[in-house]
Design a protein around this ligand. Structure first.
Ligand code: C5P
Length: 235
């Protein structure tokens, strides 16, 4: 599995997304479709982007009882996405059911990645609203270990967590990391960031990059810079 840059296409409409992707000509970046685009456009947006030749990470973060998740994953798998995800908080049985649902009749399936604890959850919220004791980083690692135990392919985590996840769950367990910014770029609302080159050095498998590419004056140049820093190891 090679390293890759996944472009977060956080656009509100199909047209905006197509206009953005048109800029890339024959270049076909790996694209992340999130809830906003999927829920506004429906499954046809996945098919349309796939037909243009892109790999797709469908970021819908499923979380329900095992049987429901299994059936929903079977539907997403038929959309021919390359990667999708769920909340590890649904438990090991739910994650195992998701894998069953995702597996196509020919034995192939999209990569399945778990979200551990959302980065919007603080230590205080975890303890006092969710009623989960202990330290937040330990919960993140516990959820990652559960995902590995269930047979999932990896987790979404901050670049800072990638090394710990690899040492606990094995180097083949994928780390998909958002929170990436160029050294000379704007951090926006992301708090803990890393450059693509740093993400390469600490062993991230995939970086998810939105605004540094989508809001750049020249998105194609920004994407190429990201690829060169992350995949090529150049700074
Ligand atoms: O624009 P930016 O590079 O911040 O976009 C990052 C993408 O990764 C967004 O689609 C965001 O929802 C997603 N993400 C994140 N932090 C997480 C999980 C997902 O930024 N912890």
């Amino acid at each position: 599995m090679g390293r890759d840059v996944i472009v977060a296409c956080d656009f509100a409409s199909a047209q905006e997304t197509f206009d953005f992707l048109d800029k890339f000509g024959g270049r076909k970046p790996f694209v992340k479709i999130g809830m906003e685009l999927y829920y506004s456009q429906g499954p046809s947006i996945v098919k349309a982007i796939k037909d243009r030749g892109h790999k797709i990470f469908l970021d819908l973060k499923l979380h329900d009882i095992p049987n429901t998740v299994k059936k929903a994953m079977a539907v997403l798998s038929r959309l021919d996405v390359d990667m999708t995800n769920l909340h590890a908080g649904g438990g090991i049985e739910m994650m195992e059911a998701a894998l069953e649902g995702l597996t196509r009749p020919d034995g192939t399936r999209p990569l399945l990645i778990a979200v551990t604890m959302l980065t919007s959850i603080s230590q205080d919220v975890m303890a006092n609203e969710l009623g989960i004791g202990g330290e937040l980083p330990d919960t993140v690692m516990k959820y990652a270990a559960n995902a590995a135990k269930a047979g999932l392919d990896g987790v979404v985590c901050s670049p800072q967590e990638a090394q710990t996840v690899h040492s606990a769950c094995g180097s083949g367990f994928l780390t998909v990391t958002p929170g990436v910014r160029f050294a000379d770029g704007d951090k926006g609302d992301q708090k803990r960031v890393m450059t693509p080159a740093q993400a390469n050095q600490i062993g991230s498998d995939y970086i998810v990059v939105g605004r540094p590419i989508t809001a750049a004056a020249d998105p194609v140049a920004a994407y190429e810079r990201c690829m060169s820093e992350f995949v090529g190891g150049n700074v």
